[in-house]
Design a protein around this ligand. Sequence first.
Ligand SMILES: NC(=O)C1=CN([C@@H]2O[C@H](COP(=O)(O)OP(=O)(O)OC[C@H]3O[C@@H](n4cnc5c(N)ncnc54)[C@H](OP(=O)(O)O)[C@@H]3O)[C@@H](O)[C@H]2O)C=CC1
Ligand SMILES: O=C(O)C1=N[C@H](C(=O)O)C[C@H](O)C1
Length: 258
Amino acid sequence: MSQDSSAANPVKVAVLGAHGRMGSEAVRAVDNARDTQLVATIDHNDSLQQLLVAGAQVAIDLTVPTATEDNVRFCVENGIHCVVGTTGWDEKRSARLTELLEAHPGVGVLIAPNFSIGAVLAMRFSAIAAKFFESAEIIELHHPNKVDAPSGTAARTAALVGEARRAAGLGASPDATETDPDGARGAKIDDVSVHSVRLRGLVAHQETLLGNEGEMLTIRHDSFDRISFMSGVLLGVRSVGSNPGLTHGLENFMDLDA
Ligand SMILES: NC(=O)C1=CN([C@@H]2O[C@H](COP(=O)(O)OP(=O)(O)OC[C@H]3O[C@@H](n4cnc5c(N)ncnc54)[C@H](OP(=O)(O)O)[C@@H]3O)[C@@H](O)[C@H]2O)C=CC1
Ligand SMILES: O=C(O)C1=N[C@H](C(=O)O)C[C@H](O)C1
């Protein structure tokens, strides 16, 4: 699955959002890996033309939901593969990107709601367990500087859980709430309630709560440090060039069924 990279033939990588919390960690990871070469760091006011001048083969987008679609379009139109961690890729944006990629065969884009191996596994475990429980809710907990809610990971988990529940013929979780003027029952995504906590001291955490009469299964994942995302970022960089088209989720580059 991975593209042919080595210390002698490193993948030329650019990081977009390079001075952000994730971007700065990604710059370090790309710099330290033997088979990747950091050729450009792009921030808010930098021109994307720098990617072309530097000969970037893969761009890592870790910017903001309002910028990511334009960034990825520029890259695809210029034959640069993308590894995208930025949130905000809803169905409409993904559909537009799929169409764009059809016009640029050979270019690959990975959209990864979460790069940490533990979070990818927690999503998979939640999807597997969902059909066995009457009730399902998600609590995501993040640092207070996060600009979006709910998190992309929680939205993806809710979609997977909702899909598994529908396939099993389950309806919405039982809930007798009649009035909820302040949204205490959370956001509803695919009929699953998602609750967002923003708290100083946190990084990125999530619980999927699954309930039956007399029991609860909690699937919890914690990222205590952004280093937890970097092996996934590098896996994406190494794999995206040999996987043209749109790939949604890092699990597609992992051997989860072994
Ligand atoms: N998939 C995953 O595993 C993870 C995904 N994320 C997601 O990644 C994104 C970034 O998170 P985080 O690093 O915490 O956020 P930050 O706000 O720390 O970083 C975003 C950076 O992007 C810069 N920026 C804004 N617009 C542009 C642009 N057009 N071109 C280049 N750079 C730009 C910002 O610059 P300035 O401040 O000057 O505007 C800022 O430095 C979020 O969507 C977050 O949810 C985060 C962690 C893990
Ligand atoms: O903003 C963050 O920090 C994170 N964003 C991603 C998300 O919204 O799911 C991934 C991780 O949760 C950290």
